[in-house]
Design a protein around this ligand. Structure first.
Ligand code: SF4
Length: 480
């Protein structure tokens, strides 16, 4: 199936008018300066637009010309452009530009593909973008969004951006060569996102074949009276998450019950909006030690009963478990201990696991139980990006995985895996090395349900599109 490409691009031209303009386009329009377009394009590779924009601004304030750039050393450049992706390599390339341009191009940016490809750090993608944006020469810049969306549409069937460029050069009308990048970058960042595209509200939803796309769920779903949407999220500091758009994320997810872990605050330390969250009853179990651990649960429905802890001060002093009782089920919100890099807390964690399991099984004698939270363990190889390298590391040691085996063998159901067998589905990414952008993650956040409540698992999902923490929320739709 091949789409009507002109119709698609015309629709998008209208659609993306209100979207954020890709940073390199913005710099091209604002400066009309090939040198700045070249440098910003180099900076933009594998880097979010907001980061590129700020790094470009800092750099151009110091060095807005090739001559001024020649005065800056590589070390100074590194500091100016940090934290763009691969900033050390990019600083090296940019530092080498003035000499190369002076030697071969009279200190000007060359306006040919061949000339541009001789510059340090410039590949076909960068060269095409510079030709198109700085010189207005028809060239197709195929970045990840263009490559991905053209394949989703079935307009090309290719494995690499280079193959996509060559395929588009043969079939895409030339009048679209320059604008196609801007259109699809804006559209790819705002609507047809790599993870969880908004197909439910996309202008192309009636025509798009969605080849290989996994549309996001839970955004426009009707609230069901006999189902609770249960969300679990390690916020890595509730006050920090609040500053990063927690309330907006909450509105987008609209959960019935929200279990938060690692809130790192006493109730009275939270802003008023969080102490009395509109539309919710708030329950807190903070650690004695300030700024550490702690869990909180918000619920639309008032809980019949609240249990703080699991009856052992080693864990209860750290505010690790908070249980709410509702008419048909218990919601146990847990922050499992981390076994630590040197595994010095492995035994502590195991003791917690065993006690928590006993606690949950006692409750499951009475009614359904959902155990949610940051379990601090990836259960199987499918649950992390690099299993072999992490076999001896905290969160994937044989001991931790063995407990998770015994937990599921005892009948506790990992609801997400019951509904989704796909790899590359993670809920936590290290802040280092842009792991989230590259989806080098771990699935360590779960909703586990007692064996007798299997039929109550309606759906389960991971909200990878929700930011604000190094974890993202996970969701369980649970029949009452
Ligand atoms: S319908 Fe979905 S997959 Fe297709 S273009 Fe729109 S957001 Fe992307």
């Amino acid at each position: 199936m091949s789409v009507e490409i002109e119709k698609f691009l015309k629709i998008l031209a209208v659609e993306v008018k209100d979207y954020q303009v890709p940073v390199v386009d913005l710099i091209a329009v604002q400066t009309k300066n090939p040198f700045k377009v070249l440098v910003a394009t180099i900076l933009s590779a594998r880097t979010r637009d907001e980061v590129t924009a700020k790094a470009s601004q800092r750099l151009f304030e110091q060095a807005g010309t090739v001559e001024a750039l020649a005065e800056l050393g590589e070390e100074a450049l590194r500091k100016l452009i940090y934290p763009v992706g691969f900033y050390k390599n990019k600083a090296k390339y940019i530092a080498a530009l003035p000499q190369k341009m002076a030697a071969d191009f009279d200190s000007k940016v060359p306006s040919t593909m061949e000339g541009l490809l001789t510059l340090p750090g410039v590949g076909r993608k960068t060269a095409n973008l510079v030709l198109a944006q700085a010189f207005g020469i028809p060239a197709i810049c195929v970045d990840t969004h263009v490559h991905r969306i053209m394949n989703i549409w079935g307009y090309v069937c290719t494995k690499t951006p280079e193959q996509t460029e060559m395929a588009l050069r043969k079939k895409l009308p030339e009048k679209y060569w320059i604008p196609v990048n801007s259109l699809l970058v804006a559209f790819g960042q705002g609507m047809c996102r790599p993870i969880g595209p908004h197909c439910d509200k996309c202008v192309l939803t009636d025509f798009c074949p969605r080849i290989g796309a996994k549309p996001r769920k839970h955004q426009s779903k009707q609230r069901s009276v006999d189902t609770h949407s249960l969300v679990s999220w390690n916020v890595n500091g509730l006050r920090a998450a609040f500053k990063k758009g927690f309330i907006e994320s909450l509105k987008a997810m609209a959960p019935d019950v929200l279990g938060l872990q690692e809130i790192k605050a006493m109730k009275e330390q939270l802003p008023e909006e969080l102490q009395n969250l509109a539309g919710y009853h708030g329950y807190f179990n903070s650690a004695i030690r300030k700024g550490y651990s702690g869990v909180a649960t918000y619920s639309r429905q008032k809980a019949e009963n609240v249990i703080r802890g699991i009856g052992d001060s080693r864990f209860d002093d750290e505010g690790r478990v908070l249980t709410l009782e509702f008419p048909t089920y218990y919601f146990i919100n847990c922050y499992f201990p981390n076994s630590k890099n040197d595994l010095s807390r492995l035994d502590f964690k195991h003791d917690f696991n065993v006690l928590l399991q006993t606690f949950a099984e006692d409750l499951a004698q009475k009614k359904s139980v959902v155990v949610c939270g940051d379990f601090n363990v990836a259960h199987k190889e499918i649950d992390l990006a690099n299993p072999r390298q992490n076999r001896k590391n905290a969160g994937f040691t044989p001991e931790e995985c063995a407990w998770m085996d015994s937990f599921t063998d005892a009948g506790w159901i990992d609801s997400f895996r019951m509904k989704n067998k796909e790899p590359d589905q993670y809920s936590w990414w290290s802040y280092r090395s842009r792991a989230r952008d590259r989806n080098i993650g771990w699935r360590i956040d779960y909703h586990c349900v007692d064996r007798n409540s299997r039929d109550k698992i309606v759906d389960a999902d991971i909200c990878q599109h929700i930011h604000g923490s190094d974890h993202c929320p996970v969701v369980l739709d649970f029949r009452l």
